[in-house]
Ligand binder design. Structure first.
Ligand code: C5P
Length: 272
């Protein structure tokens, strides 16, 4: 029953936490589960989109059907993957060409087309299609990832020993993936998320402007019943001033339901 509002659109979604190495066995991360991003990936596929899901950290969720999943760990890796996916240059988007050479890549593929067909029957025509597809740029970028704000400048090459009574970790700021992608691609339709505990609207509008977003979906993380690890969410969506809507409230519902509603909002807004 979902209208094919996103038919033919390529959507790139970041999801989950990032993992920032401290040394070979330790890392900094957060409690994000990736559920919202994975639910959005499913909803966008249902709306007809071609979806690439960049999953940070160590997300245990199954890859949604017909989604191209790219696993990364750190914010720096996520930014590089996002830039390559948005511009259509990521190696995972050249799966046919890549598969001809080898299978020893790190990325999980879950393509609905071509990929399952074996490797002996590639015609010139297939290869031409793949080459065209591999440079397809994204139409929509959705940043649900809870990117670590800071990372260690460099991970220690060896396990840090507990010889000192106290120790200090020196951290540097991570790149803002959403702002970087958005500001570099003015034509891309960009959706941000924000988790706030107060002054939700003021902070949301500030981020809409500073990160040059089309939409921002905010949840109030001071509420214990929604957000992060919960299966439910409730959101207030704020629109950039280019659009006729100002804001829309999505009442508490499952993350799947919220994802469907958000996908419809995105679809209706891009066609506006
Ligand atoms: O600034 P703040 O972290 O509240 O912004 C949240 C939004 O920005 C989310 O959409 C999040 O995915 C994105 N973000 C990002 N890279 C960062 C920090 C936030 O993509 N380093």
């Amino acid at each position: 029953t979902t209208p094919q509002l996103l038919a033919g659109k390529r959507v790139v979604i970041t999801a989950g936490p990032t993992v920032e190495a401290i040394d070979p066995v330790r890392y900094l991360s957060n409690h994000s589960t990736g559920k919202m991003g994975f639910a959005l990936a499913r909803a966008c596929v249902a709306a007809g989109a071609d979806v690439i899901l960049i999953a940070g950290g160590k997300i245990a969720l199954p890859t949604p059907l017909n989604v191209t999943r790219i696993d990364v760990l750190s914010a720096k890796e996520m930014l590089i993957a996002a830039q390559q996916c948005v511009t259509g240059t990521h190696s995972a988007l050249q799966y046919m060409v890549e598969d001809e050479h080898s299978h020893d890549h790190n990325h999980d593929h879950n393509h609905d087309h071509n990929h399952e067909h074996g490797h002996d029957d590639y015609s010139e025509e297939h290869d031409n299609n793949v080459n065209d597809d591999s440079v397809k740029v994204a139409d929509i970028f959705i940043a649900t990832a809870a990117v670590a704000d800071y990372r260690t400048e460099e991970a220690a090459p060896q396990k840090i020993k507990k010889t000192q009574a106290a120790m200090t970790l020196s951290l540097v700021k991570n790149p803002d993936i959403l702002a970087t992608i958005s500001l570099a691609h003015p034509e891309l339709f960009v959706v941000g998320f924000a988790a706030e505990t107060q002054d939700v609207e003021r902070y949301a509008r500030g981020k809409l402007l500073s990160k040059d977003l089309d939409l921002i979906a905010c949840n109030d993380v001071s509420r214990a019943d929604i957000g992060f690890a919960s299966d439910d969410n409730a959101m207030e969506v704020f629109f950039s001033t280019h659009y006729k809507n100002d804001s829309i409230t999505l009442d508490k519902a499952s993350k799947d339901k919220i994802a469907e509603q958000l996908t419809t909002i995105i679809g209706e807004t891009i066609w506006q």
